[in-house]
Each structure stands twice: as structure tokens, then as C-alpha cells.
Design a protein. Structure first.
Length: 214
């Protein structure tokens, strides 16, 4: 009798990528559900309607920020999996933990818009993104380990630079959490510092690597 086929120690990433894309798409769609006309009280004039729309400004701003950051997280995942060609159970588990953070973004976004006057309401959304960023970095560090063959087309400089980018993103996400206690969702503007911080971390890593190589 033939033995049943069993998967090898590593698997293709195609189904994981399809599943991940679906999770990101659903999370991004759910975000908009808070923007409904039910939040606007009954109006009898254009002026009252304008006031009602202005009352949605916090909800709309939080939605836009969360949507843009969610798109950024998705694009990071896409770029990473252009290099990752195989995966194992641990890499799959890290990806699932990463998606756990993604599916909670609509909830924490709602908290940020409805309870922005409270510190806990302001901090949970940035903490959510910080969690995803840290898990993303852990997944990338694991995948790019030189002892594994998940990313065969990555040279040493690309590996170092991409890891430095992951570190700088995690650091900035942590800074956003701290500043959100006083600035709310405006603390996400800290991410504008990502390009110079990434260059700084990259250059520092290159200098250390050069010193070790001497």
C-alpha cells in the first residue's frame, strides 16, 4: 500500500499570503463601519448637518490614520514575502500572531475615537500598532536567519539594512505609544521621522559590521 503524502519540514507561502491579504482587507473594510450617519443627530438645516459632520471629525481622523497605517503594515508584509519563499510551523505561528494584532485594529480604533479623552482610550491603538510592529520584526529576524533557507535571494547588506528598518520601525512605534498619552492619535506623526531614523540605524549597523570584520 502507498504511504500517505506528508508535508515536508517547509511549505510554500502562497496560501499564507492569500490568507493574510484577506485578513488585512477585512480589517481595513471594518474600519469604515464607525463612519455612519447614525452618529449624526436629527437635522433640519444645512447648518445643523454641518455641525453633525464636524462632530465626526475625531472619528474620521482616527479612521484615516488607522487605514493608512494598516496599508503600510500590509505593504511591509508584501515586501517581506517577496523574499520569503518557504516557511515552517514557527514562521506560520509568528504570522498568525501578527494577524491577531491586525484584526484588533478596528476595535482599538473605535476606542481611540470614542474615548479619546481618557489615557487608556488614547494609548490602546498605538499599543496595537506597536505590538504588530514588534511581531513583524521578530518574524523577519527569524526568517532571515543565516542558518535557514527561507530567504535565499537576500545578500548580507540587504539582510542588515532590512533588519535595521525593522528595528527603527519598532522604536518609533514605541515612541508613539509614549507620546499618545498626551497627544492622542496625533502622536502617529512621529512616524514621519522613520526615513532619517532608518538611515541612522543602518549606518550604525554597517559601522559595527565593518569594525567586526577588521
Amino acid at each position: 500500500m502507498r504511504r500517505p503524502l506528508r508535508p515536508g519540514p517547509t511549505l510554500s507561502t502562497r496560501r499564507l499570503e492569500a490568507y493574510t491579504d484577506g485578513v488585512f482587507a477585512i480589517a481595513a473594510t471594518i474600519l469604515v463601519l464607525d463612519l455612519t450617519t447614525s452618529r449624526i443627530p436629527a437635522v433640519t438645516s444645512n447648518g445643523e448637518l454641518g455641525q453633525g459632520l464636524l462632530s465626526l471629525s475625531t472619528t474620521a481622523t482616527t479612521f484615516v490614520i488607522s487605514f493608512l497605517l494598516l496599508c503600510l503594515l500590509w505593504s511591509i508584509h508584501v515586501r517581506q514575502f517577496e523574499f520569503i519563499v518557504r516557511m515552517n510551523h514557527r514562521l506560520m505561528t509568528l504570522n498568525s500572531i501578527r494577524l491577531l494584532g491586525v484584526v484588533t485594529i478596528p476595535f482599538t480604533t473605535g476606542l481611540a475615537s470614542d474615548y479619546n479623552e481618557y489615557v487608556l482610550g488614547r494609548i490602546l491603538l498605538p499599543a496595537n500598532f506597536f505590538f504588530i510592529t514588534v511581531v513583524s520584526a521578530c518574524q523577519w529576524f527569524y526568517a532571515t536567519s543565516e542558518t535557514r533557507t527561507f530567504v535565499p535571494n537576500l545578500d548580507d547588506r540587504q539582510r542588515s539594512d532590512s533588519r535595521s528598518d525593522s528595528v527603527s520601525a519598532a522604536v518609533l512605534a514605541g515612541v508613539v505609544v509614549v507620546f499618545s498619552t498626551v497627544a492622542g492619535f496625533w502622536a502617529f506623526l512621529v512616524f514621519l521621522l522613520d526615513p532619517p531614523l532608518s538611515r541612522l540605524v543602518r549606518n550604525t549597523a554597517r559601522r559595527r559590521s565593518a569594525e567586526v570584520g577588521k
